[in-house]
Ligand binder design. Structure first.
Ligand code: HEM
Length: 537
């Protein structure tokens, strides 16, 4: 028998592989669409068949918007008269991946994230891990409890008090950014608040975590670090639903820039860690989180790699999130005159002179300022989409539905913060929704909102840095409102950060809404704000 030429053999292998490949795809899609245990849940066609759907939206930065769009779309039903009406119950759950569901209720929030639930962090968190898991990325519950207990020493009341001087120092530097103009009674040149917020929060976080100065507010030298973190977040956001691609050639092919960016940031941290290690001999009292962790080294078995992973994560988790809240606050307050007036009046009444601003005992009196901060985080949550949790063996009930083991579930933060069942007029900046009236008539409404408010998440994996973040935000904002008046920059610059009016992209059209680009955490542009020294003080 004459042997087949090599070309024909290759063609035969290729066509057989293609046929089997197509067959495999057909079987897989058929299974996912009709026989998967989640098949009964509504959702976009492409999300049901592949996690590439979520990865695509993460790459575009509109994952949070698409999740809300799905909750609304799959909550619509046609009446007999062909009108579309919202069937809120149906839209409360959506299939957002072959094995993933998103929910949009306060019940799902509790069922998924509060203490004692049969869930753990999903495999997507593996993509954030470098060498060893830190408190954020640890999937093992017992290991996490141990790591969190150690880390919480850096966030105790005593530790937080010891950071107050550091925060005050950076607040002073932040204020000086608005003083630079010669005529101090005139409005300053427009300031890009997302940049300045990044600078001040990075400076504070690096100082608190490592007792080290990044000086971003005062010098440009280290500012190139910020785009590298952003670039790296894009990669991690895309890989979260496709975690099995981490470390493959495909990943390296798709994200060469992000991988380079990640190593630039890691080299920066490595140099920091080296200088900390060299400074070891000058034993000083632990005044930064790194030293607190290092102090527990021998007894608790936290090795060099663990401390490096933990402290690096704190910088990334801490600065960007706090910065988003800060810039969102300026966006919304500058556009809402009544909220602006109420917040400035409160601050200028509580603090009688500049020295008072360092007195933390007065902060609980800033009830309206805190409501403005909460309302900024409601409308622009710094971690906008779903924090997926994997259901453990035996399955569990989420919001009344049995979910089988191995599936991922999550309650997207931006979606629930815009759910009209908890927040009427969700696109209106309305700090009053957080303040209980003296006659208590709105207590139920406030509590309903609180049940669905989750910028820091809830339960055992909620944010360990919440008190630090709030302390930083209140210190900065009280000082700015005390010393300065501010307004939206005039002209086109004033529109940076807004929705674009007639956008073809879903959810990007509202001029009054601060636009977030969801890459794990939120990136954003502007707002541009002008400042003027307040003449009342
Ligand atoms: C406004 C500011 C902040 C917001 C909105 C925020 C939000 C969050 C959220 C939503 C989570 C849960 C993440 C998840 O489940 O995957 C989280 C966890 C965490 N955050 Fe924050 N965060 C903020 C500031 C900070 C700061 C200042 C630090 C420390 C310097 C920090 C450190 C952490 C850590 C270590 C975790 C992991 C906790 C655990 O899993 O036990 N965060 N944060």
């Amino acid at each position: 028998m004459a042997s087949l030429p090599i070309r024909d053999i290759a063609a035969l292998i290729l066509s057989t592989t293609a046929v089997f490949g197509i067959l495999w795809l057909v079987v897989l899609c058929t299974y996912r669409l009709w026989f998967n245990p989640l098949a009964k849940f509504p959702g976009p066609f492409w999300a049901k068949v592949t996690n590439l759907y979520a990865a695509y939206h993460s790459w575009r930065g509109d994952l949070h918007l698409d999740m809300l769009r799905c909750h609304q779309t799959y909550g619509m039903r046609r009446t007999a008269s062909e009108d579309l009406v919202l069937n809120a119950f149906l839209g409360n759950y959506v299939r957002y991946g072959p094995d993933r569901l998103i929910f949009n209720t306060a019940e799902s929030l509790k069922d998924t994230y509060s203490f004692g639930k049969k869930v753990k962090k999903c495999k997507g968190y593996l993509t954030m891990m470098h060498r060893v898991p830190n408190t954020l990325t640890q999937r093992d519950k017992l290991m996490h409890a141990k790591q969190r207990r150690l880390l919480s020493r850096g966030f105790s009341d005593a530790a937080l008090r010891s950071y107050e001087g550091i925060i005050d120092l950076h607040v002073q530097r932040f204020l000086r950014c608005f003083d630079a103009e010669p005529q101090s009674t005139d409005w300053s040149t427009p300031k890009n608040m997302s940049d300045l917020s990044d600078f001040v929060t990075f400076d504070i976080t690096l100082d608190v975590v490592y007792d080290s100065q990044s000086d971003m507010l005062t010098k440009p030298d280290n500012r190139h670090m910020l785009p590298t973190i952003h670039e790296s977040n894009i990669r991690v956001g895309v890989l979260m639903p496709l975690w099995y691609l981490k470390g493959t050639y495909l990943e390296r092919f798709i994200f060469p820039r992000s991988i380079l960016a990640r190593y630039t940031f890691l080299s920066f941290v490595k140099a920091l860690l080296k200088s900390k290690a060299e400074a070891k001999s000058e034993a000083t009292a632990a005044k930064d989180i790194y030293s607190i962790l290092k102090g527990s080294d021998e007894r608790e078995g936290l090795g060099t790699n663990e401390i490096a992973a933990e402290s690096t994560n704190l910088v990334v988790a801490g600065f960007d999130t706090t910065s988003t809240t800060l810039s969102a606050f300026f966006f919304y307050l500058a556009r809402n005159p009544s909220a602006y007036k109420a917040a400035t009046s409160e601050v200028r009444a509580v603090f009688r002179n500049p020295a008072d601003l360092r007195n933390r005992a007065l902060f609980p009196k800033l009830i309206y300022l805190r409501a403005c901060i909460d309302e900024s985080m409601r409308m622009a949550p710094p971690v906008p989409s779903a924090l997926f949790r994997e259901i453990e063996p035996d399955g569990t009930i989420i919001d009344g539905h049995f979910i089988p083991p191995g599936c991922d579930v999550g309650t997207p933060i931006y979606s629930i913060h815009h759910n009209t069942a908890y927040f009427p007029d969700p696109y209106v900046f309305y700090p009053e929704r957080w303040v209980v009236h003296a006659d208590e008539r709105n207590r139920d409404a406030v509590e309903r909102g609180q049940s669905a408010f989750t910028p820091f998440s809830i339960g055992p994996r909620s944010c360990i840095g919440k008190s630090l973040a709030l302390s930083v935000l209140q210190s900065i904002l009280a000082s700015v409102l005390f010393h300065y008046d501010f307004r939206v920059a005039e002209g086109e610059l004033g529109r940076v950060g807004e929705g674009d009016g007639g956008s073809r992209e879903w959810g990007r059209g509202r001029p009054g809404e601060y636009q977030l680009y969801d890459h794990l955490t939120a990136s954003r542009l502007g707002p541009f704000i002008q400042f003027r020294k307040c003449t009342l003080n």
